[in-house]
Design a protein around this ligand. Structure first.
Ligand code: HEM
Length: 407
């Protein structure tokens, strides 16, 4: 199909990636992006929201206050029938609130996720990364990098950040893996999320009495000040967990796959101890892989003129970050993974009022893992052929189910 044909057809979204080229956005979306920054796609309920693939248009719309995340508005491009069925029971969260209500909750999170606090966590991230690598090296070969390193590291770091006591960490990690890991049944995952929510609400209550230097203690202080309820406080902790667990885990594992696939790029990380080199490399991996793969969902609350089109009030909008991060108008060589050259302002963490709250934590984790793994295990290699690696084609965030490695 030629690019104009594909545009007229409003192809299905999300679309399939090319198995031979899994790091790149699906070919059909690339064809749309080549043709225009805005197109139409067809989603599961037969509706045809706008798909935004152009980097500049994405930035403009993500920062536009006429663009809403309110999933209750008629015409909002919901993710699935399951989401529609549970719409009435979904709590108000940073992800689905606009304006003043959003700012009220978000301010509490951003105040708690300070750069200073993340900086102070770096030694703990390094120690846990080293301990997990030690344990992997001491265990049998091949090892699965996903269960040995990619999943436990973010989970332990969220425990550290939220202030989950040591004795509760096994419970917390186990429930998180089931609740947000994406492999359990809907029932199991729902039960785990419920248990985690109740646990976090209880923890906020106890932090009101005995605060520490952690995010939930900051949240508890806001509860004491009457700015939010204990339930809202516990749910804020849960939102950080939901948003930060799978994303970081996928990025650690998928980044490792991409590096093993590009040995000349991997060599750069293996042979350096310069934090600036590792930081630039991490930004490029974030851009190249841009893992959110089912689109940032929005709805227009007024007519919006953009890129020669008019998005009408009430029309659904899907921002596809992976295609935007390979826009040739913004990036010089968008298809290449080049860890040496900073490719400008990628939007792997989104943009505007809903931009990722946990990006400093995610960056710190990724920089430490990428900067440590290949120096500690220079002979790290996949234990299966590339085409045997199972990619997460249907998940909210792209990644791999398992990564068998040896050394
Ligand atoms: C590599 C890892 C990560 C990636 C790629 C990522 C990506 C994103 C993106 C694209 C958004 C914007 C959503 C939108 O506009 O619709 C977002 C929002 C968010 N992220 Fe992350 N994230 C990562 C890690 C984390 C971590 C570690 C945390 C916290 C511990 C976190 C917490 C959040 C929260 C709370 C929001 C919602 C903000 C709001 O709606 O105001 N993320 N993330």
């Amino acid at each position: 199909m030629t690019a104009p044909d594909v545009r007229a057809a409003a192809p299905d979204y999300p679309a399939k990636r090319d198995a031979a080229c899994p790091f790149a956005p699906p070919p059909v979306l690339r064809a749309l992006a080549e043709e225009a920054p805005l197109s139409r796609v067809t989603i599961w309920d037969g509706s045809t929201p706008w798909l935004v693939t152009g980097h500049e248009s994405q930035r403009a719309l993500l920062g536009d206050e006429r663009v809403s995340v309110d999933e209750h508005r008629a015409g909002f491009p919901l993710f699935s029938q399951a989401m529609r069925d549970t719409l009435e029971h979904r709590p108000a969260m940073v992800f689905n609130l606009d304006g003043a209500e959003h700012r009220r909750l978000r301010k509490i999170l951003t105040r708690a996720f300070t750069a200073k606090r993340v900086q102070a966590l770096r030694p703990a991230i390094q120690r846990i990364t080293d301990e997990l690598i030690d344990a992997m090296l001491a265990g049998p070969k091949p090892a699965d990098l996903v269960t040995s390193l990619a999943v436990p590291l973010p989970s332990l770091m969220i425990c550290e950040l939220l202030g989950v006591p040591y004795e509760d960490r096994d419970f917390f990690q186990e429930r998180s893996a089931v609740g947000v890991g994406g492999t359990a049944s809907a029932e199991e995952s729902g039960a785990s999320m419920q248990a985690l929510t109740e646990y976090l609400i209880g923890l906020v209550r106890s932090k009101k009495e005995t605060p520490g230097d952690d995010v939930l203690s900051d949240i508890a202080e806001r509860v004491t000040a009457g700015e939010l309820s204990e339930v809202e406080g516990g749910l804020l902790g849960l939102q950080a967990l939901v948003a930060g667990h799978e994303t970081s885990a996928n990025m650690i594992a998928l980044g490792t796959v991409a590096l093993l696939r590009h040995p000349e790029q991997l060599a750069l990380l293996r042979d350096t101890d310069d934090p600036a080199v590792v930081a630039t490399a991490t930004e490029e991996l974030l851009r190249y892989l841009t893992i959110p793969q089912v689109g940032q969902r929005r709805i227009a609350t007024a007519d919006i003129e953009i890129a020669g089109e008019v998005i009408r009030e009430g029309e659904g909008i899907i921002i596809d970050l992976p295609t935007g991060n390979r826009d040739p108008d913004v990036f010089d060589a968008p298809e290449a993974l080049d860890l040496r050259s900073p490719q400008g302002r990628h939007q792997a963490f989104g943009f505007g009022p809903h931009q990722c709250v946990g990006q400093q934590l995610a960056r710190a984790e990724l920089q430490i893992v990428y900067g440590t793994l290949f120096r500690r295990i220079p002979t790290l290699t996949p234990a299966v052929e590339f085409d045997e690696i199972e990619f997460k084609h249907d998940a909210l965030a792209f990644g791999v189910h398992a990564l068998p490695v040896t050394w």
